[in-house]
Structures are given as structure tokens and as C-alpha cells.
Ligand binder design. Structure first.
Ligand code: HMG
Ligand code: MG
Length: 301
């Protein structure tokens, strides 16, 4: 399989990143982070999520974020919507791209969205139908695609089954989430191959958390399978509050550095991105998790 010549990076920092901060980050900082990332050349960004503030208080200011962020033409600002209530809130706030999120294991589905996998698919059905009617783009996510914090290893066929269910609902693309970062390249490839038997490869994207330091290797493995869409989080921010011990996504700077070196285009300015990684990390009071951001600090700041 030839490597893609261009990769679309979905920036997950403002959502997947900040949803897992122990303290609540101010709306002002969130909005400035989104604007700065777009200035770096990011064209696809997860802005916030319309989930219950009782479940994820860190995203409770979703309306204010949507009202205050700049909306640059040509940039996709996506928000998570687990149900119709979330969808209605997102639309009222002007969202034009949404994400629904399922899991490959029953235990994780229950912990994260308080329902079984089948129930979640039925909840998403009216959401995706409404989105199609309204001309809203829809991403689907499958969590715990190779391993679950409660059930251990997940069979590739199980992940492929849920991926197909999201595809059949009408999701425009599906992010394959290694939520707890336990995947290794060979496992990730087997999982993608199983999914690609049921869903066109161009509909699939990678979403790798870096808990075990495997996320960049897993991103490369997914690239080698032909996936040209990858989620990443500036400074490696984040994790899922309902996945014990999970750390952030692969750092966007690390992915951009790797892709630049492979002459694969992303349209993202690495120097500005490193500056943004340090800017948000300074606000959070710790250095970026990204090795590239740390290595390039003196050259970029
Ligand atoms: P529930 O308690 O079963 O919901 O939660 P419910 O329908 O029974 O409603 C209970 C209350 O929540 C009601 O309010 C509803 O109005 C309210 P009350 O009457 O008690 O005052 N409610 C809402 N409020 C705001 N927005 C909504 C909403 N829906 C109901 N959309 C629910 C079910 C799905 C809402 C809850 O479980 C939830 O919000 N879960 C979100 C968990 C989450 O955000 N996890 C992190 C994102 S997923 C992730 O990070 C993984 C990913 O990155 C991929 C990967 O890494 O694998 C995407
Ligand atoms: Mg995630």
C-alpha cells in the first residue's frame, strides 16, 4: 500500500485534551487555543462537546466556546453530540459538524455513555438523520478498538462490527479510537484490516492515545494501511475521563514532524504549532507531553 501524499489532521486538543484536565480551563483560554490552532493551519478541529455537564464538567461551557470562537471559512469545527439533546444544543450554537461516539466493548459503552452498544446506535440514529437533513457533517468514533480498561483485548471483528454499524447509520467518516493507548502496530493493523473488510478504507481514520508511548508508531502503522485522516492533540493533551489512567492523544507536533520528514503534506506550520503547544502548556502549568515540542523549544520560542 502506497503511503498517502497528504494527511488531514483533526486537532482534538480543545475537546479530547481539555475534557480530561483536573481543573476547569477558562472559556477564554479554550477559545484562544482554538483560534491559535487555526492560525497554525489546522483545518479540522474538535471545538467542544455537548455532553452532560454532570458527566464532564470541563465541557460545560460549550455554548460560550461556540459563541466566542472565530469561525474561519473552510475550517471544520466539530462538536460531540451523544444524543438528540446534545444535537439540538449544538445546532442552536451553530455547529456544522458533529460527532457521535460508540464503543467496541459493552463495559466501556456503559461507563462512558450509560447505555449498551445497541442502545447507543439507536440513540445516534435520529441524530445522524437530523444531521443529514440539516447538511451537517457527521463523524463517528469507536472507542477501545484494540483494548478496553474493563474487558481487556478486543477482537478486531468486534471493532469492525461497530464500525460498520456507524457507517451504515450514515457517518461520513469513522475515527478508530485506541482510548487507553494499549495498541501496538501489529494489533492496530489487524484491527484496521478487519474494519476495511466491512467499510471503505477512505472512511476510516486513526485516533490513538499515547498512554504506553505507542501512538506515533500506531499512527505510522495506520498510515501504512492507507489511512489519511488522523486525530492528534496539541502538546499531547488529554484522555477520556471514563477510561481510567488514559493519557492524551498522540501529540500533533510529533505527527507533523514525522509527516514533514516523510514529505507528506499536512498544511500545518510546525513552528507555530510548537509555540501553541508551549502557550497552552504554560497555561496548564506543565511542559508539553510532546517530545518534538520540547526538542524544538529553543528554536521556536
Ligand atoms: P444519562 O444520565 O444516561 O442521560 O447520560 P439521561 O438521558 O438519563 O439524562 C440525565 C440528565 O442528563 C438529564 O438532566 C438530561 O437532561 C441530561 P436532569 O433531568 O437530570 O437535569 N442530559 C444532557 N445534558 C446536556 N447535554 C446532553 C445531555 N443528555 C442528557 N447531551 C449521557 C447519558 C450520554 C448524556 C452521559 O453519559 C454523557 O454525557 N456522557 C458523556 C461522556 C463523555 O463525554 N465522555 C468523553 C467523550 S468520548 C471520548 O473521549 C472518546 C473519544 O475521544 C474516542 C476515543 O478516544 O476512544 C471520542
Ligand atoms: Mg479520545
Amino acid at each position: 500500500m502506497a503511503l498517502p501524499t497528504r494527511v488531514t489532521l483533526w486537532e482534538a486538543g480543545p475537546r479530547d485534551g481539555l475534557q480530561n484536565e483536573p481543573g476547569v480551563v477558562s472559556t477564554e483560554v479554550k477559545v484562544e487555543l482554538i483560534d491559535r490552532l487555526v492560525d497554525c493551519g489546522v483545518t479540522h478541529i474538535e471545538a467542544t462537546s455537548f455532553v452532560s455537564p454532570k458527566w464532564v464538567p470541563q465541557m460545560g461551557d460549550h455554548e460560550a466556546v461556540m459563541a466566542q470562537m472565530k469561525r474561519r471559512p473552510g475550517v471544520t469545527y466539530q462538536v460531540l453530540t451523544p444524543n438528540m439533546k446534545g444535537y439540538e444544543g449544538a445546532r442552536a450554537a451553530g455547529a456544522e459538524a458533529i460527532g457521535v461516539f460508540a464503543a467496541a466493548s459493552e463495559s466501556f459503552s456503559k461507563k462512558n455513555i450509560n447505555c449498551s452498544i445497541e442502545e447507543s446506535i439507536e440513540r445516534f440514529r435520529p441524530v445522524v438523520e437530523a444531521a443529514k437533513r440539516d447538511g451537517v457533517k457527521v463523524r463517528g468514533f469507536v472507542s477501545v478498538v484494540v483494548g478496553c480498561p474493563f474487558e481487556g483485548d478486543i477482537a478486531p471483528e468486534q471493532t469492525a462490527k461497530v464500525t460498520k454499524q456507524l457507517y451504515d447509520l450514515g457517518c461520513d467518516d469513522i475515527g478508530l479510537g485506541d482510548t487507553i493507548g494499549v495498541g501496538t502496530p501489529a494489533k492496530v493493523k489487524r484491527m484496521i484490516e478487519a474494519c476495511a473488510k466491512l467499510v471503505p478504507l477512505e472512511k476510516l481514520g486513526g485516533h490513538f492515545h499515547d498512554t504506553y508511548g505507542q501512538a506515533l508508531a500506531n499512527t505510522l502503522a495506520a498510515l501504512e494501511c492507507g489511512l489519511a485522516r488522523h486525530d492528534a492533540s496539541v502538546a499531547g493533551l488529554g484522555g477520556c475521563p471514563y477510561a481510567p489512567g488514559a493519557t492524551g492523544n498522540v501529540a500533533t507536533e510529533d505527527v507533523v514532524y514525522m509527516l514533514d520528514g516523510m514529505e507528506i503534506e499536512t498544511g500545518i506550520d510546525l513552528k507555530k504549532l510548537v509555540q501553541t503547544a508551549w502557550w497552552i502548556s504554560d497555561r496548564l502549568g506543565r511542559p508539553p507531553a510532546s517530545r518534538v515540542a520540547r526538542a524544538l523549544k529553543s528554536k521556536c520560542l
